[in-house]
Design a binder for this molecule. Structure first.
Ligand SMILES: NC(=O)c1ccc[n+]([C@@H]2O[C@H](COP(=O)([O-])OP(=O)(O)OC[C@H]3O[C@@H](n4cnc5c(N)ncnc54)[C@H](O)[C@@H]3O)[C@@H](O)[C@H]2O)c1
Length: 441
């Protein structure tokens, strides 16, 4: 039997393996905490000194990671953080969770993955497992990670082990967390698959092996493309229902009573976050290099990115109905994060809505229980407290995100006009029963 493989498997089994996680963001910090919780000495690496300082002081800056858990793990010595990559000399495994954004031209920006892989390569040693977790196009592990892991004559599958395992974390979600969400893994060789499977089996209830790193990369892209396409479908349904004077949400709710063959997605202001608006473009970019046009992805992106403009045009019409022009109207946007009950505004459609409203001369303010200041494209939108007065003062309240702490009946009582992009106020029926003062559209 291969010595490195045998030694690494035994270290994992006895929790003697030292584990590193590169990139302590929404994905990396929960992963590092889970490894530490499972009994591994875990070190988090990040280029952001504020994150290192926070973890070292036992503080958590990610809402889903409780501060007391981080503090206890740091105190027990199971979890630590540093920006010094030389710590990798002592580590047996490293999971890379750095950002994979798009460039301005919607091409993959792999600069963070390359920087992390270069740093790992510098401290690569026999008996090390390297797992890429960042979402990316099929072939990345093989094209970017593998060529950097050949130093000193080390052989993949014998001396070092390389794998891809997509992260499936859904920030803000409590029913499915890292532990009880099956984790897909794909190794470069069967031995790589065996090692990554052994390690991740220590932190999740179920590991799902696939035949290659590219297959594992593609799994993540199918998951997120599936969401992007289905969200686009219901968003287009909303536009079609509007033309037919039908209530799209009523139709979605009724359709969703079918116990088979339908999965419910809800229309809204568009898509946001680090995943759905970006990941499918990684796939379409890859396919373009093979002279194939990924049409569903293209169409879904067009429809979803067009939703902020749709809602702004709805707002123009509704203001017009009450004799007001958009220019000079005071619009209060409620909820600016990309989905409810989280604090993440990355790619949030609310940002596009605000920009379009401001472009048309509206005087926009916002309220969000999780966000106190908002800067987008160099412009700052003023925060306003949520009171009966601020609601009544606004010419229009635009609901961009339906945080669960909002009291919709109370909001409806004081707002003069509400544009509800999230169905937060419930069926049109309910809106019609609203006090005459609160006109809901
Ligand atoms: N956020 C999600 O819900 C989610 C879910 C599944 C998958 N993903 C994917 O996971 C990856 C990470 O996403 P995220 O949301 O955690 O990003 P994030 O921006 O929250 O965190 C990334 C971290 O990496 C750090 N970093 C960047 N370059 C580095 C380097 N060279 N060395 C060390 N640290 C470095 C950054 O400082 C940051 O703290 C992306 O590919 C994303 O698509 C995200």
């Amino acid at each position: 039997m291969n010595t490195h493989l045998e030694t690494l498997l035994s270290k994992i089994d006895t929790r003697q393996a030292k584990v590193a996680v590169i990139g302590l963001g929404y994905v990396g910090l929960p992963l590092a905490v889970e490894f530490a919780q499972a009994g591994f000495r875990t070190v988090g690496l990040d280029v952001d000194p504020a994150k290192i300082e926070a973890i070292s002081a036992g503080r958590s800056y990610i809402k889903d990671v409780p501060a007391h858990q981080t503090a206890a793990l740091v105190e027990s010595g199971k979890l630590s953080a540093t920006s010094d990559y030389s710590i990798l000399r002592e580590c047996d495994s490293v999971s890379i969770c750095v950002p994979t954004p798009l460039s301005k031209t919607h091409d993959p920006d792999l600069s963070y993955v390359i920087a992390a892989a270069d740093a790992v390569a510098q401290y690569l040693h026999g008996g090390m497992l390297i797992v890429l977790e960042s979402t990316t196009y099929p072939g990345t592990t093989e094209e970017i990670i593998v060529p950097r892991m050949f130093s000193n004559g080390l052989k993949i599958g014998e001396d070092v082990f390389v794998a891809f395992s997509p992260e499936r974390i859904d920030p803000g979600r409590t029913d499915f967390v890292l532990k009880n969400t099956p984790k897909v893994i794909g190794g470069m060789t069967p031995a790589c698959g065996e090692v990554v499977s052994a390690l991740y089996n220590c932190i999740v209830d179920r590991v799902v092996p696939v035949s290659s790193t590219a297959a594992a990369e593609m799994v993540k892209l199918l998951e997120n493309t599936f969401r992007a396409v289905n969200i686009a479908l219901v968003n287009e349904f909303l536009v079609m229902c509007d033309k037919l004077s039908l209530d799209a949400w009523e139709i979605v709710e009724a359709t969703a009573t079918k116990p088979f063959g339908f999965m419910k997605f809800t229309p809204g202001p568009g898509v946001g976050g680090h995943c759905i608006p970006l990941d499918p473009h990684y796939l379409s970019w890859k396919l373009r290099t093979l002279n194939y046009n990924a049409r569903f992805i293209q169409l879904a992106s067009e429809i979803n990115t067009g939703m902020p403009a749709y809602w702004v045009s709805q707002t123009v019409d509704k203001l017009n109905d009450i004799g007001r022009a958009m220019k000079g109207s005071r619009i209060l946007v409620l909820g600016v994060t990309y989905k409810p009950d989280i604090d993440d505004v990355r790619e949030s459609p609310a940002l596009d809505i605000i920009q379009l409203l401001e472009d048309r001369g509206a005087l926009v303010t916002f309220h969000d229980p999780f966000v106190s200041s908002l800067r987008h494209e160099g412009l700052e939108t003023p925060f306003t407290p949520l009171t009966a007065e601020t609601l009544a003062e606004a010419d229009c309240v635009l609901v961009a995100t339906n945080h669960s702490s909002y009291d919709w009946a109370w909001i409806q009582q004081y707002a003069r006009l509400i544009v509800d992009t999230r169905y937060a106020l419930g069926p049109t029926k309910m809106a019609k029963q609203a006090p005459v003062r609160g006109l809901v559209l």
